[in-house]
Design a protein around this ligand. Sequence first.
Ligand SMILES: N[C@@H](CCC(=O)N[C@@H](CS)C(=O)NCC(=O)O)C(=O)O
Length: 221
Amino acid sequence: MTTHIYSGPLSMFGAKVEIAAREKGLAFELVMVPFIEGDAYEPKHPLVLRVNPVKQQVPVLTDDDVELFDSTQIFEYLEDRYPSPALWPEGIADRARARQLEQKSDEVFFPNVIKLFGLQHDMQSAPAVAACAACARFYEEMEGLLATRDYLAGPYSFADIAFYMAHVFADRKGAGMTDATPRLVAWRGRVGERPAVRAVVDPMMRFLASQGRGVPAFLQR
Ligand SMILES: N[C@@H](CCC(=O)N[C@@H](CS)C(=O)NCC(=O)O)C(=O)O
């Protein structure tokens, strides 16, 4: 059995998959696709083009004869194929809520961060202020969830992995969490100290620093 993860040195979605594979204790080879200044991924890796020909994006996972793209789809496969340790909660309702949170992190929260990528030159502009405000509202919503639990969906789960990575990128782009959400700040500390998370985030921050790009203050070790 050979497992490969194709990712990029600054791929938020690739980092999600790598953290999950490490949490599962999976032995894998990490293939970093070409990455150039300006956040572009060219030329595309031939394996990525074959498995994900239309979107041409990382992450891609190959596990024996299974070839997949999309971090959320890969999470589902990892949980089915390597059930222990579990990264979805038990119970149909809790699992559904956890999946929804994971999806909201990618599809509701992160689009604000993507907007901020293109607005770094003018963070006082109306769209930038609106994107930061949307991030702050999302942080408040997560703060509410943490009133009764240590992790977003109950036990530590894929939802935490997804939102941890998304918020690292939000912080890089000027929409980090603040003291207004103390439970979320404590959650960030808990998740950030996990060996699987550190093993992925630390090299990513070293890569950023090596390029003279900003590293979030809470990750400057
Ligand atoms: N929904 C996808 C998003 C993947 C994605 O946006 N990948 C980015 C890197 S983080 C990429 O490969 N961008 C290069 C491109 O679009 O050309 C997932 O969850 O994996």
